[in-house]
Design a protein around this ligand. Sequence first.
Ligand code: NAI
Ligand code: MG
Length: 477
Amino acid sequence: MAWDYAPAPESRDIVSIQREYGLFIDGQFQPAADGAKFATVNPATEEPLAVVADAGITDVDRAVRAARAALDRVWRRMPGRERAKYLYRIARILQERAREFAVLESLDNGKPIRESRDVDVPLAAAHFFYHAGWADKLEYAGFGQAPRPIGVAGQIIPWNFPLLMAAWKLAPALAAGNTCVLKPAATTPLSALLLAEVCRQADLPSGVVNVITGEGDTGAKLVTHPGIDKIAFTGSTEVGKEIRRAVAGTPKRLTLELGGKAANVVFADAPLDQAVEGIVNGIFFNQGHVCCAGSRLLVQESAADLVVDRLKRRIDTLRLGDPLDKNTDIGAINSAQQLDKIRTLSAAGEADGGVRWSPQCRLPERGYWFPPTVFTGVSQSHRIAREEIFGPVLSVLTFRTPEEAITKANNTPYGLSAGVWTEKGSRILWMAQRLRSGVVWANTYNRFDPASPFGGYRESGFGREGGRHGLEAYLDV
Ligand code: NAI
Ligand code: MG
């Protein structure tokens, strides 16, 4: 029987998008010194949403100076219990304005409202709550009696979780007494600018948080600015390497959270229906624009046909379309450029001999869209098994023994995350000890908690975000 759903769009009236946004420097929104601007679009419709300022060197310099002045004037001197109040306030305002943030995030990014509403925004608030709790307890974090902040943090974030990544960066930095210059990605600047407004609403002293919008060159100027004490970057491995080169030989601290090519390993004894849900969540959550996405399914050979069959049946029921519709599972690809990359790599998957499958699904005419896609018959040398696609494309490989699963799972330059599905607890532990990745999920996938450190090995970067470990990145230890 074919089911259908009536449209259930979330109203966009809750958010009023300005036609133009300035840079948030020293508590004020202001145009770029040279007046440069660029537009951000809704990737689901290609409709322009707003024009934002494009920060140049003068603006970067002003933002860094404002952060330095705020550091020395108020923030590093303020007792932790006072800093905590601001973080709690920001967290509560995020909760109060949650719907507004969710709609804005879905409009600017293309992700389904179900995800922005249920994941991005609540987790962002949770990060501020969690770190508010640390602000007056830093001496118990295990980094000495009176841990001090590093100073001015330059924080560069990607477009896949714009608000959440801003929260991951700002909350621990502020809790530890640092001041910040945040640069959101060019295709998704709006939620960070709304968060800047929230900082004002929370009466955060001016200059403690500055938000400068721009493209990669703005980020590069922030990285090389001599007034920066620490760079925190989340994004592609390629840019991460550039940043590491730029910072080498300077006293700047650096943490990098880069790409991934995670293995989601399913043993034949796993609860298969649950595993299928986990595979779907692992690769189709946020259109696969997830650094820790389970993009390589490793399934035990004896169960492979069954798992792939059930997986396809489940994917058949996914709904792709309007991100603001509450029934939508898969939204729009974030940009034309990213769509291009997904298409190129998928074509390479076919050229290399993989068997491509997608469900029957009509793509909207305007906007950037890619159907959920599964490649079977993939071998380890194929590009789609090695390169980060950052889209809704799953590669299926098989294994026979646990040893083979480990060898294949670890056969990647990355090491961010992995999943294990099995009924056997001892096997979970055996696997977790051998998988070379920062996070291992067992019988679940894509679970996040502000108390749990997240980060990678090797080409996935270094440094941890979240938990006690994440504080280290913002303390002078
Ligand atoms: P990107 O790494 O270029 O962008 C991330 C952030 O860095 C953005 O704010 C960007 O403006 C900034 N940036 C770019 N060049 C910079 C530079 N030289 N110095 C300082 N900051 C710079 O990522 P992009 O181009 O948006 O995506 C390309 C690919 O990267 C994707 O297809 C995906 O595979 C991967 N990616 C991975 C992410 C992850 O979390 N693992 C996040 C975003 C992209
Ligand atoms: Mg946009």
